[in-house]
Design a binder for this molecule. Structure first.
Ligand code: LLP
Length: 404
C-alpha cells in the first residue's frame, strides 16, 4: 500500500526515509507526502517496458491532471516522459516545469480558441482533436502541430460511470466514421483513444484497439491511460509492465508492429507514490456501535470517496498494521457525505494521533478545494530521509487573495 521506499519499524511509518509523525509535526496536517524515488521508479518502469516490447517509436506521456503540481511535472520531465495537458492552465504548468513543447499533447473536449492559439504560440507538438470544430479552428489559426483524432471506440469497461469515457454516449471523442471523414480532408498523423480510468482488465483495451484498427491505417496511435491501481490491501491489480505488454500486444495484432505508440498513464504514475497525513481531532462512538474518527481534512483534500464512492485504507502512522476497532474516518466539512474511509480497523485511535491514508497521490491534490474555508494542504517531497516543501500550505489570506 505504501510507496516503494517506505518502511514500518515497530509500527512507525517512514516514507522516503522520513518518519511520518515527525513530518506531521514539522509541516502540520493535513499534508500530501510524496516519495520522490517512487515517482521516478514508476516512470522508468513504464518507459523501460514500452522500450523493451515495442520496436517502433514509443512514448510514455504523463497525464498531468492526475497530480498537476510543478515538482511532480518536473520529475517526469526529467525522466524523459511526454506530458498530456487538457487545458491552457495545465499547458502553462507543464511548460513552466520544463517540458519541451514538442513533447506536449493538448487534449480537451471543449478547447477554446485561446487555448489552441496558446498551443500554436508555444509550438506544442501534438494536438488531439476531439471534434471537427477543433480541426477547423486550429487550421484557421494556421495549424502546425501534429494532429491526432480522438475516437470514441464504443467500449464499456468495469469502472465508475463518472470515469468511463469510451462508451456510446460519451462526451469525449468522435465516432469512427467522423474520424474517417476528417482524415480525408486534414492531415491526420494518427488516432487517439482513452476509454476511462481505474480500469483493471486488459479486455476493454483490446476491444477498443480493434475499433481503432477499423478506422484506417495511420502512423501514430495514442492508446490513452486508465490503468487502475490497488487502493485497498488485497485489491487485485494489473501491474504497469503487464498493462504495457497487453497494450503493445493488442497494438501489434491490430495496428501493426512499426507504428508509433503512445501511452498516457496518469493515476498509475502517481497514486501509490503519495500518502496523506491527517491529525485526529476527535473520536466518538456512533449510534451503530462504530467509532467515528474525525480528522482535520476531508473532502477538501480528497473528493474521490464522495464523487466515485472510492474506497481508501487508513492506518495510525505510529501503530501501522495494528488492527483493532472498526472505525469510520470522517472529515471536518459540514456535509454528511464527508467520509474518507469506511469500516477500517484502527488500533484505538486517539485525538493527537497522526492518521495516514495511502495511495492518495492521484486526483487528490488535483481536485482539492476550499470548501468551508479550509486551506489546501502543502505537498512535501521525501527522499533519502530529507523532506522538502514543494507546495506550501494555503493561508487564510490566500482565501481572499483574489478579492477586488
Ligand atoms: N488520457 C486522457 C485523455 C485522459 O482524459 C486521462 C484521464 C488520462 C489519460 C489518464 O487517466 P488515468 O491513467 O489517470 O486513469 N478524477 C477521476 C479521474 C478522471 C480521469 C480523467 N482523464 C478520479 O479521481 O478517479
Amino acid at each position: 500500500m505504501y510507496p516503494e521506499d517506505s518502511s514500518v519499524v515497530d509500527g512507525s511509518l517512514t516514507v522516503g526515509g522520513c518518519d511520518a509523525v515527525a513530518l506531521a509535526r514539522e509541516f502540520g496536517t493535513p499534508a500530501y507526502v510524496v516519495a520522490e524515488h517512487d515517482l521516478r521508479a514508476r516512470a522508468r518502469e513504464f518507459a523501460r517496458q514500452l522500450g523493451r516490447l515495442h520496436r517502433g517509436p514509443g512514448e510514455i506521456v504523463y497525464a498531468s491532471k492526475a497530480f498537476p503540481c510543478t515538482a511532480v511535472l518536473r520529475v517526469f520531465a526529467e525522466e524523459g516522459l511526454g506530458c498530456d495537458v487538457a487545458s491552457g492552465g495545465e499547458l502553462h504548468l507543464a511548460l513552466r516545469a520544463g517540458f519541451a513543447p514538442e513533447r506536449l499533447y493538448l487534449h480537451g473536449n471543449a478547447k477554446s480558441e485561446a487555448e489552441l492559439a496558446m498551443a500554436l504560440e508555444h509550438a506544442v507538438g501534438t494536438v488531439v482533436l476531439d471534434s471537427e470544430q477543433d480541426a477547423d479552428r486550429l487550421l484557421a489559426l494556421g495549424g502546425g502541430p501534429r494532429l491526432l483524432a480522438r475516437v470514441t471506440p464504443g467500449v464499456d469497461a468495469d469502472t465508475h460511470e463518472h470515469i468511463l469515457t469510451g462508451q456510446a454516449g460519451s462526451k469525449f471523442g468522435m465516432p469512427p466514421e467522423t474520424a474517417r471523414a476528417l482524415a480525408d480532408r486534414v492531415d491526420l498523423a494518427g488516432l487517439h483513444m482513452h476509454i476511462g480510468s481505474q480500469i483493471r482488465s486488459l479486455d476493454p483495451y483490446r476491444r477498443a484497439v480493434a475499433a481503432l484498427a477499423r478506422v484506417g491505417e495511420f502512423d501514430v496511435y495514442d492508446l490513452g491511460g486508465g490503468l487502475g491501481v490497488p487502493y485497498l490491501p488485497g485489491d487485485a491489480a494489473v501491474e504497469p509492465g503487464e498493462w504495457v505488454a497487453g497494450m503493445v500486444e493488442a497494438a501489434h495484432e491490430e495496428l501493426g508492429e512499426e507504428t508509433a505508440l503512445v501511452l498516457e498513464p496518469g493515476r498509475a504514475l502517481v497514486a501509490g507514490a503519495g500518502v496523506t497525513l491527517y491529525g485526529v481531532e476527535s473520536v466518538k462512538p456512533g449510534l451503530a456501535g462504530e467509532r467515528i474518527v474525525a480528522v482535520d481534512g476531508g473532502m477538501s483534500d480528497n473528493l474521490r470517496p464522495m464523487l466515485y464512492g472510492a474506497a481508501y485504507h487508513a492506518d495510525v502512522a505510529s501503530r501501522v498494521g495494528q488492527g483493532g476497532v472498526t472505525c469510520t474516518v470522517v472529515g471536518k466539512h459540514c456535509e454528511s457525505g464527508d467520509v474518507l474511509v469506511r469500516d477500517v480497523a484502527l488500533p484505538d485511535p486517539r485525538p493527537g494521533d497522526v492518521l495516514v491514508t495511502p495511495v492518495t497521490g492521484a486526483y487528490g491534490y488535483a481536485m482539492a478545494n476550499n470548501y468551508n474555508g479550509v486551506p489546501r494542504p502543502p505537498v512535501i517531497f521525501c527522499a533519502d530521509g530529507e523532506a522538502r516543501v514543494v507546495v506550501r500550505r494555503e493561508t487564510y489570506e490566500d482565501l481572499h487573495g483574489r478579492d477586488v
